[in-house]
Design a protein around this ligand. Structure first.
Ligand SMILES: [Zn+2]
Length: 267
């Protein structure tokens, strides 16, 4: 999603694929479990065991112009409460377990307003535990009825990742941050019709990195991206972390294997 850099200091910059601006994502050294594991007798039938649930932050919504053509399209194709709740749960299920999920986000506000670009995520004026997802009404007004529902879900799922993902204290390559966000969107099935495998590098970002991450999970098993995100919550970014999660294989060699397999990018 190409959008201009928003004015807010911590706003995620998505104007370029290789943004150098910091991302407003989590920087904690360690995640705090939301739910302590509960003692469960092993002879208790699964159906009788207490059900764990993700802790959902307060979800809020603001539409700055309800008569805007983009707002009309949004309201015709969206159920805001379900959309936001499902986005939180989808992101947490993709990147965390009940025992690793950070319990720091207190609220997420979806703001629809007339602006350039598509969307961005930022922290509120209060503090970093209150996130705001801003989506452009102007962009929403361009959506055709056939893709509007999926595109709205996909854009918000992508942005919701930025509310919860780690960024290795702002040392994570921006392309990986964006790639993880689009990978979660890809897993959810909200894939825009124009998305294709491609890219010159593994960290080109967005769907290029997302498809590469998807392939890594096919090659090494589910949970690779969640483990990468976990390592990004433990300190600064290190290229060696890929070997840690990919059975000793380096990310550059894996990209070579991937691009040859699909005949994309490279020299
Ligand atoms: Zn993004």
């Amino acid at each position: 999603m190409r959008v201009p850099v928003p004015p807010e200091e911590e706003a995620e910059a998505e104007a370029s694929m290789q943004s150098t601006r910091p991302f407003s994502v989590l920087t904690q050294m360690s995640a705090v479990p939301t739910h302590a594991p509960e003692a469960v007798a092993t002879d208790t039938p699964a159906s009788k065991r207490p059900k764990k649930e993700w802790q959902i932050p307060k979800l809020l919504f603001k539409c700055k112009d309800v008569t805007h053509p983009g707002a009309v399209i949004y309201f015709a194709h969206s159920n805001t409460a379900a959309l936001l709740r499902d986005a939180v749960v989808g992101v947490l299920e993709s990147l965390y377990t009940y025992d690793t999920v950070p319990n720091t986000q207190r609220s997420v506000t979806l703001v629809l307003r007339d602006m350039d670009g598509i969307a961005y995520t930022t922290s509120s004026d209060l503090d970093v535990d209150h996130k705001e997802i801003h989506v452009s009404l102007r962009y929403l007004s361009t959506l055709s009825p056939t893709i509007a529902a999926s595109e709205i879900l996909g854009v918000i799922r992508h942005e919701m990742v930025h509310c919860f993902q780690y960024n290795a204290h702002n040392t994570c390559p921006g392309g990986l941050i964006e790639g993880i966000a689009d990978w979660v969107r890809l897993q959810a099935g909200f894939t825009p019709p124009h998305w294709r495998r491609g890219g010159k590098r593994w960290d080109d970002g967005y769907q290029n990195t997302a498809y590469f991450l998807e392939w890594l999970e096919q090659r090494f098993g589910k949970g690779i991206v969640a483990r990468v995100n976990g390592l990004l919550g433990k300190g600064k970014y290190k290229v060696g972390m890929w070997e840690e999660v990919c059975s000793g294989c380096g990310v550059e060699a894996l990209w070579e294997e991937y691009r040859k397999l699909y005949g994309i990018g490279g020299p």
